[in-house]
Each structure stands twice: as C-alpha cells, then as structure tokens.
Design a protein around this ligand. Sequence first.
Ligand code: 5GP
Length: 184
Amino acid sequence: MHEYLPDHVTVQNERFDVFITRERIEDRLAELGARIDADYAGKRPIFIGVLNGAFIFLADLMRHVSIPCEVDFYKLSSYGDEKVSSGKVTERKDLDAAIEGRHVIIVEDIVDTGLSMSYILNLIKHKDPASVRIATLLHKPGAMRFDVALDYVGFEIPTKFVLGYGLDYAQEGRNLAQIYVLSE
Ligand code: 5GP
C-alpha cells in the first residue's frame, strides 16, 4: 500500500515534523481493537465518529474490531482555521441512527480542552443509550479544562499543535498517513 509519509511537511508556511509514526499508530490501534473486542463481547456497539477529524482513525480502528458493530457520524466544529481553540462549539450534523438503548462508543481525533467532548457527551446521553464510552486517538492532558472520562486513548501528547491522520490545519494535511507536530 502506498501512503503519504513525508518526513516533514509545510502547510500554510509552517513546518511540521514527524511525531507519531504510521507503525506506532497501527500497533496502538491493534491494542485498542482487541480491548474493544473483549469489552463488548456479546454486544453490538455503535461507533459514533466526530467529523471531520475522526474519519481516518475511525476507519482504521474499526478494521481492528472483529465483533459485530455499526457506525454513524456526528459533525461539529470548534477550531475554525486557527491553531488555538475558539472556545465555541458549532453543531453541523446530527446523528442518523437511533441510539436509545444502544452501546455507544464516541470516536474523536483529539481531546484538547475537552469542550467538544463534553458537549457531544451531553447530547448523546440525552438520547438514552445503554452505555457510552469514549475513544480518542490523541489526548492533551495539559490542556484539559472539562472533566470527561476517556476510555480508549491512543496517545497522550504534550500541548502542541499536531497535524495529519485526519487532523487538519486550515483544512489541509488530513491525508498525511502519520502524525506531525508543529516545529518550534
Ligand atoms: P477541544 O474541544 O477538546 O478543545 O478541542 C477538540 C477539537 O479541536 C478536536 O476535535 C480538533 O478538531 C481540534 N484540535 C485540538 N487540538 C488540535 C491539534 O493539535 N491539531 C488539530 N489539527 N486540531 C486540534
């Protein structure tokens, strides 16, 4: 398989260097998939991907899950085209699936301050699911301001701006097959 894996990339005149390699991501997804298989044995969870950033993580994570499962998407945005959170969340697309009584796994690309996740968690809990857990590829513990429990975390990272593997900068860079960090 040919993937886009440069050792650095320039987006909007800013340089980004490799931070988490494709291989490390793949190994971690295998671990998370195995945990989900064990945790949800005999159940049929529904993954709810938070668009746009989570689409690649969700697609790859699901391919490491071997129990019956479903998928739906929720869209919100809080960053605009900036590198710092705007502190506002905008809802763009609601769920299509009925999740009442279902086992939901929310799938995010990154939890930074936790604002987006606490917002979506609240919306989902109001739809009366049987259970809700959170999977996030990345987590910045140093930036966390909202109290949300994260069940499946790919990598904990420092409070730095990252790009690639679904995450963008001004809508660019999502197609990079691994994760890059803004060079200092
Ligand atoms: P929070 O609401 O937790 O502050 O921010 C969550 C959202 O901000 C993520 O879903 C993601 O879209 C965006 N975000 C936070 N940190 C980063 C980052 O380092 N890089 C990119 N590309 N987006 C980020």
